[in-house]
Structure formats: C-alpha cells, structure tokens
Unconditional design. Structure first.
Ligand SMILES: Nc1ncnc2c1ncn2[C@@H]1O[C@H](COP(=O)(O)OP(=O)(O)OP(=O)(O)O)[C@@H](O)[C@H]1O
Ligand SMILES: [Mg+2]
Length: 357
C-alpha cells in the first residue's frame, strides 16, 4: 500500500494511456497514440487542481483513468477513500472499483448529450442511488434535497431534460454527481458548452459546493481564465504530458514554459465541442485524426526532443535533441520566487522572461 501524505486525497503517478493505431484493410496495429504519457500530480483534500491544455492533449483521458472509467496502460492512481483506506484505482478489480467510485464522480462537458432525454429529472438524479438499492421514497426526498442544493426548483422533479436550459441541465448533472456524497469530483470542461452569462453561475455554484461540502476538485479546462478563478493549483498539459505545474498564482503571473505563456496570451478559443468518448471503440481511431504523438511500432517518435519545438520561439539545438524533464528552476532566484513546487519541462526555464497576466 502506498503512503499518501495525510492531507492528500489523490496522487497520480506515471500514468499512461496508449491507444492502438490501426491501418489498412486488416486493421493491423501500426503504432500507438500516446494520449497520456507519464503524468504525475497530487491533489490535497478540499483543494482544486486545474488540468489545462488544448484539444486532444489528454485531459479527458486522464480524468477517466482517475475514475477507472478507462484502464491505464501504466501507472498508479492512489486515492484515499472516505473510510480512510488508500487504494490504487489502476489496480482494483470489479466490485472494488465500484466501491471506490462511490467517493468519486465525474461532471461532463456537454449537458445536452450527457443526460438521457427520456428520463425525468427524478430518475436522472436518482439513478446512482437506485443502483445502490435506495427505495423510491428515500430517493425522492434525497433528489428534492439535491435539487435545492444546486439551485433547481424541486417542483420540476417530474420534468424531462428538454424543459431545462443549458445551465439548468448542468445543475442536474452536478446534482447527480453529488447524489452519493463523493469526496472527489472530476469536472470535465463543465462550463465550456454554456453561454458566457451562465458560465459564471455554474462556476459560482461549484465553488460554493466545494466550500460547503469540503469537496476536492479536478477541474479540466482549456480556458485559463476559468481556471484562475477557481483553482488553487494548475497542471498544463501538452501532447499527453504535463509541461508546467504549480500554484495557480505563480503560474499565471510568472509562467516558466513557453506553451503556458502562449495559453495565457491567447484569446479564449471557440469550443471544439468534442463529445465525451464514453463508448468509443478503441479500434475506431484512424491514424491521422489525432494531435497526440503517434509512436510507430519500431519505437521511433514523430518528433524527437521537446514536443513543443515546432511551435516554440525559443527552441535551440538542445531542445531539438533532448526532451526536457519536468523540474523546478535551478537558479536560486527561481527557487525563492516560485518555490520548488513550481515545475516546468523546459531546458530554458531559468533564462526565459515569459510574460504572465
Ligand atoms: N478511445 C480512443 N481511441 C483512440 N484514441 C483516443 C481515444 N480516446 C482519445 N483518443 C485520443 O487521445 C488523445 C487525447 O484525447 P482526450 O479526449 O483525452 O483529449 P482532451 O484533452 O480531453 O481534448 P478536448 O479538449 O478536445 O476534450 C486524442 O488525440 C484522442 O484522439
Ligand atoms: Mg476532453
């Protein structure tokens, strides 16, 4: 059993997910997409970690592996259950997974497609309770309580999803996620499908719930402005790896990786509306329809050295030859200013004077 620091609820170590890439009539495996490639981070109880990066960088895949909705290729996901027991989600089987999942839930990006249109709100929110044997009257009073908690009128309990606005549907999704009183929530771009005016309401709700219920949150986003508002810590992902990680404020005011600086300067991009890949067959992906690095079977990678080189204004020969490791800055100044908890995977992190916001 792993040691988890007393204040830590989740520690992900060396997490990888490689999807097979198939080609041709016989669908032979010709390589793999390294959707998530050696990701490690921890989250303390009651805090929020933002997982940020552009479309296809592996955020959802990471989130789904935390809940073991997807089997990792390698790595561990240490999680402290509400009974105090520390388990490795990646190594659990059958009933053990179900048991551990009681304490963790996921909120999805698209409140339109993640709710079954043929189920009334009562059944949608009560589904996880029913699955655990709750009686109908018990479900009904718990659902009314949950609707109240997320700011929905409990008189609408018999209505169907189409009667609700996008923001209200996301509230239904949140109520459903809270039904079993989880301690950890992975929120996968919970506001990016919503109108800007509604986004703030849902973010406020999540923040209030987190404080009132002592929830720990892993918040996935591609919009950094949202993350700054909500998150204590941020991990920036690029092509399946974490390229920068640190306390939110340090990362926003003094980014140490050129990619983070690019994200900070970029205006919020239109949302690609990538659906949640719940039931996608792993064999369906064709080579070429991915932005994650594809490794061919003989072990050669599409890009040598640092993966960010093609887009980096500061790249040198060293960057082209050698992949950088995620580590703290080595100068005394950087250690004092940012603390050892601020890590970047960039050979030149000490020299670059990147602009924060
Ligand atoms: N079931 C699958 N089979 C094959 N490849 C997959 C599968 N699921 C994801 N991928 C690939 O893994 C990579 C990471 O995908 P993921 O959905 O985790 O990205 P993301 O960061 O959540 O992107 P977005 O912001 O668009 O939601 C992508 O290149 C994607 O094409
Ligand atoms: Mg995603």
């Amino acid at each position: 059993m792993a040691e988890l620091a007393a204040d830590t609820i989740l520690r992900v170590e060396g997490l990888k997910k490689h999807f097979p890439v198939r080609r041709g009539l016989l669908q032979r495996v010709v390589g793999s997409v390294k959707a998530v490639d050696d990701v490690s981070f921890s989250v303390q109880q009651g805090r929020t970690l933002g997982l940020v990066g552009e479309s296809g960088c592996g955020k959802t895949t990471t989130g789904r592996m935390i809940l073991r909705a997807l089997d990792p290729t390698a790595g561990q996901v240490w999680f402290r259950q509400s009974d105090g027991q520390v388990v490795d989600m990646a190594a659990l089987r059958g009933a053990e997974i179900k048991q551990a999942r009681r304490d963790m839930q996921m909120i999805f990006q698209d409140p339109y497609s993640s709710l079954n249109p043929r189920m009334p709100v009562m059944d949608l929110i009560a589904e996880p309770l029913r699955a655990r044997g709750w009686t109908r009257p018990d479900c009904e009073s718990r659902v009314a309580e949950l609707m109240d908690l997320v700011g929905l009128d409990a008189r609408m309990i018999r209505r169907y999803p189409h009667a609700f606005s996008g923001g209200q549907r996301q509230r239904i999704g949140i109520a459903r996620a809270l039904a079993l009183k989880p301690s950890l929530i992975v929120a996968d771009e919970p506001v990016s499908a919503l109108d800007v005016s509604v986004q703030a309401q849902i973010l406020n709700l999540l923040q209030a719930l987190q404080q009132d219920l002592g929830l720990t949150l892993v918040f996935i986003a591609h919009d950094l402005s949202v993350v700054r508002y909500l998150c204590d810590q941020v991990a920036v992902m690029y092509q399946g790896r974490i390229v920068e990680q640190g306390e939110s404020e340090a990362l926003f005011t003094a980014p140490r990786h050129p990619y983070t600086a690019t994200l900070l300067q970029a205006a919020p991009a239109p949302d690609p509306h990538v659906p949640w890949m719940q039931d996608i067959d792993e064999t369906e992906t064709e080579a070429g329809d991915t932005t994650a690095p594809v490794e061919l079977v003989d072990g050669t990678t599409a890009a040598g050295g640092c993966a960010f080189v093609p887009r980096c204004a500061h790249a040198t020969d060293l960057c082209r030859q050698q992949g950088p490791i995620l580590m703290p800055g080595s100068t005394r100044e950087s250690q004092v200013q940012y603390g050892a908890a601020h890590l970047a995977a960039c050979h030149h992190q000490d020299e670059l004077q990147l602009r924060g916001i």
